[in-house]
Design a protein around this ligand. Structure first.
Ligand SMILES: C[S@@+](CC[C@H](N)C(=O)[O-])C[C@H]1O[C@@H](n2cnc3c(N)ncnc32)[C@H](O)[C@@H]1O
Length: 253
């Protein structure tokens, strides 16, 4: 009987590398395309691929869409494969691969985060993902993010691809100045779902909206007339995206 040994198991046993949180399974190319498509990955994007494996998602992002980025994985042989493939394709100036724990990887520079991990790992990452710049896109093969509903889901040959867009933080009190009126908005937020009340001429009115990154849109009734407020959250301001004549500011607590 021959005794084979698994090099990565020995490295874990010797404490050279931490144990994997997820075993290796490669994403099929149709799923890779769907994920990059949903995240609208383009040449100006920096993609961070968590648990990159042989780097196929990041390599496709660079090769097909001109993106740059970083892939991290704990398995050194997969990282070697990813680097070799990036070299072979002439992509090494745009993508880097590093043997590194995804939980120790800074995500702050990401325009897009890609992953094929596990539900429990996605949930552990969730607070850090929610803390990224509003508008950052996150795509996951197969596994969701619990209560943080995906902004889009696509079925690819029996499996789901999920997209989330990091929402801006809008909960709190706002003052909306519009046609000489000063409207108090009291907003609550659960991930991308926004609800609350608007106080117009002493009358309270419900507000509901879905945030897409830093883009917010809701309607208010002024007598018979309904007016839509659509714009961008920029720090403590909510400003129209067109040339409409309103402006909202966050009221400090
Ligand atoms: C399901 S595979 C996905 C591989 C690749 N992203 C793909 O979609 O083809 C998960 C990968 O995560 C890596 N991994 C597991 N735990 C990790 C950790 N804590 N930090 C970095 N990589 C990890 C594994 O080595 C494996 O390559």
């Amino acid at each position: 009987m021959a005794f084979g040994f698994d090099a990565s198991a020995v490295r874990v046993f010797l404490g050279i590398t931490p144990p994997l949180d997820v075993p290796y399974v490669g994403t099929r190319s149709a799923m890779v395309d769907a994920m990059l498509d949903m995240a609208e990955v383009g040449p100006s994007d920096y993609v961070i691929d968590l648990g990159t494996g042989d780097g196929r998602i990041l390599i496709a992002a660079a090769l097909d869409r001109g993106a740059g980025g970083l892939g991290v994985d704990l398995d050194p042989s997969l990282i070697d494969d990813a680097k070799a493939e990036a070299d072979r394709l002439g992509l090494s100036d745009r993508v880097a691969f590093r043997e590194q724990d995804l939980f120790d990887t800074s995500l702050q520079d990401a325009d897009v985060v890609t992953m094929f991990l596990l539900p429990s790992v996605n949930l552990r990452l969730r607070p850090r993902l929610l803390d990224l710049e509003p508008g950052t896109r996150i795509v996951s093969n197969r596994f969701d993010m619990g209560e943080w509903r995906a902004d889009a889901v696509r079925e690819v040959r029996g499996y789901s691809a999920y997209l989330w867009i990091v929402p801006a933080q809008v909960a709190g009190l706002w003052r909306l100045e519009f046609e000489g009126k000063s409207i108090a908005l009291d907003l609550e937020q659960s991930f991308q779902d926004v609800s609350g009340t608007a106080l117009i001429d002493g009358q309270s009115q419900a507000v509901t909206s879905i945030l897409k990154g830093n883009r917010l849109r809701f309607g208010l009734e002024f007598g018979e007339e309904r007016r839509v407020f659509e714009g961008e959250i920029q720090g403590d301001a909510f400003m129209p995206t067109d040339d409409a004549d309103w402006l909202a500011e966050r009221i400090p607590e």
